[in-house]
Design a protein around this ligand. Structure first.
Ligand code: HEC
Ligand code: HEC
Ligand code: HEC
Length: 434
């Protein structure tokens, strides 16, 4: 009795495995010789170049110091390293024998020309949303503009049995919502254009949506924020922790310039997205992305300069005579001490002046100190070849004044400088040759 149950279960298992095998199987697509490729017009190639940029294809398909698109860029996963393939039109080691149909299948289904499953390190769970026309344009660009390079792609280091490519079909079955982007008729054309780009080629969710234990994006937490390469890709939803909610206008500013007034700059992994990736898209497309994201966050446009968080933050930083010196010390420690700190055993050195004995701190007039803080010491000044950074853009007048006041009081015992804020403002405005 017990045995037959086990057998029956095994039987179901075998049938399921056979069914899965049938499901997982994809036939090879016939090789297409370069001479048989369709002809591409210039407009299609240019469109493909822009889309390839917005999909960061080159980022994952180019090794550090390697030829463009020649592959072997390592992508670490919890299961092992997978290498971006050679995507150049080289017939032997690249995709030179791929027909448009084979390329479309890879982008839409994650299956290579020979029928093998690709690891989802290529974000085909997003590319599946791209229209055939857009995928064909990327193909046209790669086949006509990318230089063929002969270089074999390294095998993934994923251990057996996880390295069996047909198993990836199960991953796809569980986690991929196959199929082209479907317009939401209740939204505007601009909104849908933004959603199409964000969910498809630009695959913003690949970094901004948290993943499950098998590395798939959690659909219920779309854009909920995730960790990427030890950086946090913040939530792009109402869960974003900013004190000032993101709005359509702030998204647009950030995505065009790389800096939002109320949220900071696009650093780390977000830098190449703004300055490389989507920078090639026409302005109307960036505006569409901002429209879509603005709707997800759902915050109305408001005068953020007057928001309570902004006012409180400005008030907190306001120079108050009672703690002005403490402020100066804090700024000095963060902006200057890493270079101007002397240890007793070594005495003082010329190349990193000790500011308690430096002339600039001891003169009756603070001009020299202020000048040096504003504009630094260039290579051809001072001790030659040694530089000190300029703080003109980084520190406000009152911050520079606070540092000067602190140095004067803590290091010299000389009378305090008068009117420091005004002196800094005057010297900042002064345009001279030195
Ligand atoms: C986040 C990294 C990443 C990005 C971005 C990316 N790819 Fe890939 N791609 C990969 C990896 C890794 C593989 C190899 C997967 C494997 O070995 O199963 C791959 C494989 C492919 C393949 C299959 C090639 C072959 O020989 O089997 C094609 C085609 C492809 N990518 C096209 C693109 C295009 C076009 C873009 C841009 C629109 C793109 N990829 C963006 C990581 C990426
Ligand atoms: C390769 C991973 C990656 C991709 C792809 C990516 N992002 Fe980001 N994003 C990040 C990281 C990391 C940060 C945090 C950067 C920082 O703090 O300077 C970030 C920050 C942001 C921010 C600022 C959030 C805040 O609260 O400060 C916005 C807005 C944003 N991304 C939108 C997008 C959009 C839109 C896309 C797709 C077009 C996208 N990101 C694609 C990784 C990514
Ligand atoms: C990255 C290192 C670095 C930082 C940070 C730095 N300095 Fe300097 N600073 C130098 C170096 C190096 C010199 C000497 C340049 C030379 O010899 O040509 C110097 C020189 C000076 C001098 C001497 C100028 C003169 O005419 O004799 C003053 C004053 C000074 N720094 C003040 C500051 C203050 C105040 C800050 C913080 C706001 C600061 N520095 C931050 C590296 C630094």
């Amino acid at each position: 009795m017990f045995k037959s149950v086990v057998l029956a279960v095994l039987g179901v298992g075998v049938v399921a495995a056979a069914g899965f095998g049938l499901y997982a199987y994809r036939s090879p697509i016939e090789a297409m010789q370069p001479a048989d490729r369709p002809a591409f017009d210039a407009a299609t190639i240019e469109k493909g170049r822009i889309l390839a940029s917005a999909g960061y294809c080159a980022e994952c398909h180019t090794a550090a110091g390697g030829k463009a698109y020649a592959g072997n860029f390592p992508i670490a996963s919890p299961f092992g390293t997978i290498y971006g393939s050679n995507l150049t039109p080289d017939p032997e080691t690249g995709i030179g024998l791929w027909s448009p149909e084979a390329f479309r299948r890879a982008m839409h289904e994650g299956v290579d020309r020979e029928g093998a499953r690709l690891f989802p390190a290529i974000p085909f769970d997003h590319f599946t949303k791209m229209t055939d026309a857009d995928v064909d344009a990327v193909y046209a660009y790669i086949m006509s503009e990318v230089e063929p390079v002969r270089q074999a792609t390294l095998e993934p280091t994923i251990p057996f049995p996880l390295n069996l490519r047909f198993l990836q079909a199960g991953w796809g079955l569980l986690f991929v919502d196959y199929g082209r982007y479907q317009d939401d008729p209740s939204k505007s054309a601009e909104w849908n254009r933004g959603a199409y780009l964000v969910e498809g080629v630009a695959h913003c969710g690949a970094c901004h949506t948290p993943r499950n234990a098998l590395g798939a994006e959690k659909r219920a937490e779309q854009y909920g924020g995730a960790v990427v390469d030890s950086w946090t890709a913040p939530a792009l939803t109402a869960a974003n922790p900013s004190g000032v909610p993101w709005t359509q206008a702030e998204f647009a500013r950030y995505l065009v310039t790389g800096a939002g007034t109320f949220h900071g700059v696009a650093a780390g992994p977000m830098g190449p997205v703004v300055h490389g990736g989507i920078a090639e898209l026409p302005e109307s497309d960036i505006a569409a992305i901002a429209t879509y994201l603005g709707d997800i966050v759902g915050a109305p446009e408001a005068d953020a300069q007057q928001s309570p968080v902004v006012l409180a933050s400005i008030a907190a930083g306001k120079p108050d005579p009672a703690y002005r010196q403490a402020l100066g010390e804090r700024l000095y420690v963060s902006a200057c001490a890493s270079c101007h700190y002397s240890v007793p055993e070594n005495g003082v050195t010329a190349a990193r002046p000790d500011l308690g004995i430096n002339s600039a701190t001891r003169e009756a007039d603070p001009s020299n100190l202020i000048h040096v803080i504003l504009d630094g010491v260039a290579v051809k000044e001072g001790s030659g070849g040694v530089v000190m950074p300029a703080y003109r853009e980084a520190l406000s007048d009152s911050q520079i004044a606070a540092i000067a006041e602190y140095l004067r009081a803590s290091r010299t015992g000389l009378p305090a400088w008068e009117n420091l804020d005004q002196r800094v403002a005057d010297l900042r405005a002064h345009v001279g040759t030195h």
